[in-house]
Structure formats: C-alpha cells, structure tokens
Unconditional design. Structure first.
Length: 377
C-alpha cells in the first residue's frame, strides 16, 4: 500500500498465500491522502475505529493511534502488519469495541462498518471524548455509505457532509457539536424468543450491536434450533461462530451437565453470548472464547461442534471462514465426535465435509437450508 508516509506490505489474518484479497482498499488510501494533503494535525489523541486489517493504524503508527476493532482477526492482522513495518507493538494501542474509549479524542477516524447498529453504538461510546475541536473523518466505499450512515453521524456527533467519490470511495466530514441533544445508546438490545424453537422458546436473547440479526432470530438459526442433536451427560459442546449464543444456550438448557464453549471472532458476539447465557442459565458450565474459530482449543477435547458459518468476511464473499471452521472442528473433536452444520443449500458444504471428514450426512432440510452431520473417525 502506497501512502504519503511511505509504502507498506500488508496482509490479512490468518495469512494465506492463495488469498488474492488485499488488506486495504481505495477508502483507506483516500483517507490517508486527505490527512496528508489537508495538513490535519496528528499530534494529539488519534483514534481509528473499524480498521479492517490494520492498514490505517499501520500507516499512522508514528502518531501512536488507538485502534478500536470488533474483530479478533483484524486485531491480529494489525499486530502482524505493525511488526512487518518494523513498529513495536507497544507503540500501538489496540482496543476492542468492549473496552472503554479514550477520555479525549482529537482526531477520530471511522472506517464505516457494514452494521449500522455497530456504528451507532460506537459513536455513542466515543461521543463523550469528542470535543469542539475534534477532527472527525469517516471513510468507506460508496456502496457502504448511505443516507442513514450520515444521519447517525449528524444525530450523535454534529453536522455532517460527504466528499466527492474517488475510485468508488468516499469520505465523511463531521463537525462535532458537543452540546447536541442525542438519544441514549439503545444497545444492547434484548427480545424474547418465539415458540417453536425448542428449549429456548420464550427465553431472552441479548444482542450487542453488530451481531448478525441483532433484532430478530434469523431463519437459519431457527431451523438449526428445531433440529439440534440430543446432548446427554457431561459432554463438551462448542457453539462455533456463536453470535448471540442462542444455540449454545439451547444446549445448556436441554442438558444441564454439558460444558458449553462459545467461540467467535467478534468481541461483540462473545459479549452477547455471555449475556444471553447469563440471562437464561443459572448453574451451568460455560467458557467464552474470542479468537480464530477453535484455534487454541486442545486436540480431541470436544464431543460436539455446532456451526452456522458465515459466507462473508469483511465485505468479501468467500468460503475461507467456513473451511477454517470445519478444519478446526475436526482437529478439536475427539474420535466419534460430531460436527453439525447449518447452511444454505447452494453452498455445497457436504462436499467440504466429505473431503475433510470422509463422510457427511443430511439430517434435515427445507427449501433453503440443510443441516449436515460429519463424524470424526
């Protein structure tokens, strides 16, 4: 990536030589060029929110920015890219969306996320540190910036306008008005589950901003809940890609002896799973892991893995996440352990499972979804 401060070799995380996707895009370079050409002072407290793979934090590392991200993968990519650029990690402050933001923010850079709810939540959390002189600049591809995006900046921080588009990227300029009358942060959001979804019917789900289908139960999860395998005794069950944790919570309610591991790469998701579990289970055994799937979980230590893999990763449509999840699940399962997967019919997950496990069985299906089982031999 070429910037006014030099060139940087960047990679996504985990690194894959076959991955042709870059770790930056035109929105990143447009913003960096604007900062240099406008002479934006960067000597104060600089906060970078939603940096996809650490491109912005790496380019601005000389100014010791605080990076705030919801993604474990983005955080690890930032660590690796900083090291590749010869920057010591101590020079960078890597925060998650669950950490308390800095008390004072002089320059706020926002990479617009896919989730409008996550943007709303983060702007509310950052607003107390913004002052009248704060420079607020957002960036994103044109397809990511909508009227509703601009309304959020304007409602929470102050008057907002956009730049002309360059290479399908656009900048957002917001003039903070600390005295603005803003509503309270509506996140986290809770709702009661409908009937017909097994042991969790009538129970409460808690969703922090940015979690998939935060305001309702998505149809894929509903279908999986209707066809969950029966868990008995002191099994160790992993809810892989747990989201709000409703699947793992359903297992805990059906089998009080089960030890449930909730795992996701989103800090918001794991916080949601923890809250959902706490709202519904009193004396269960649970573990909460933010990371790259089940990496770090001991080989052969899990009896059952339940998985609803994403087929989008940071705006890119790819099966890489699903493939890593299936591979990690196979490694973590004990011999005879099972992986149950819910997915759209057209994704062809049965072929991947047969390649990895040597078997794949259709357990349930409808016009849109299939539930598949693979057994670790």
């Amino acid at each position: 990536m070429t910037t006014p401060w030099g060139e940087y070799a960047l990679a996504r995380f985990p690194e894959d030589a076959r991955d042709q996707l870059r770790a930056w895009d035109a929105a990143d370079t447009y913003l960096l060029r604007h900062l240099a050409e406008s002479g934006t002072p960067l000597s104060g407290s600089v906060v970078v929110v939603g940096d996809r793979w650490g491109a912005l934090a790496t380019a601005l590392s000389a100014h010791r920015p605080t990076q705030i991200t919801d993604s474990f993968l983005a955080r690890e990519a930032t660590r690796a890219n900083l090291a590749r650029a010869g920057v010591e990690e101590s020079a960078e402050r890597l925060h998650t969306t669950r950490d308390t933001p800095p008390d004072r923010i002089d320059v706020l850079i926002v990479r617009v996320p896919k989730s409008l709810g996550l943007l709303e939540d983060q702007l509310h959390r950052l607003a107390p540190g913004v002052h009248e002189g704060t420079v607020v600049i957002g960036t994103g591809m044109v397809k990511e910036i909508h009227t509703s995006t601009l309304h959020l900046f304007e409602r929470i921080l102050g008057p907002t306008r956009t730049s002309l588009a360059e290479k399908k990227a656009r900048l957002i300029f917001c003039t903070p008005f600390p005295g603005i009358a803003r509503n309270s942060n509506p996140w986290p959001y809770s709702y009661e589950l409908p009937d017909g979804v097994g042991t969790v019917s009538g129970h409460t789900v808690v969703n922090h901003a940015g979690v998939f289908c935060a305001d309702r139960l998505d149809v894929g999860t509903r279908f999986l809940l209707q066809h969950l395998p029966r868990s008995r005794g002191p099994e160790r069950v992993a809810d892989l890609g747990c989201g709000n944790g409703v699947v793992g919570t359903a297992v805990a309610l059906a089998n009080p002896e089960a030890e449930v591991l909730f795992a996701d790469e989103s800090y918001q998701a794991v916080a949601s799973a923890r809250a959902t579990y706490a709202a519904n289970v009193e004396d269960g055994k649970a573990e909460f892991l933010t990371g790259d799937g089940l990496a770090g979980v001991a080989d052969g230590s899990v009896d059952l893995v339940l998985n609803n893999p994403p087929f989008h990763s940071h705006q890119a449509t790819t099966d890489a996440s699903a493939w890593r999840m299936f591979t990690e699940a196979r490694r973590a399962l004990r011999p005879g352990g099972e992986l149950w997967v819910i997915g759209n019919r057209h994704l062809g997950y049965h072929l991947k499972l047969r390649r990895l496990f040597g078997n794949s069985e259709l357990m349930a299906s409808d016009a849109k979804f299939v539930v598949l089982r693979a057994v670790r031999k």
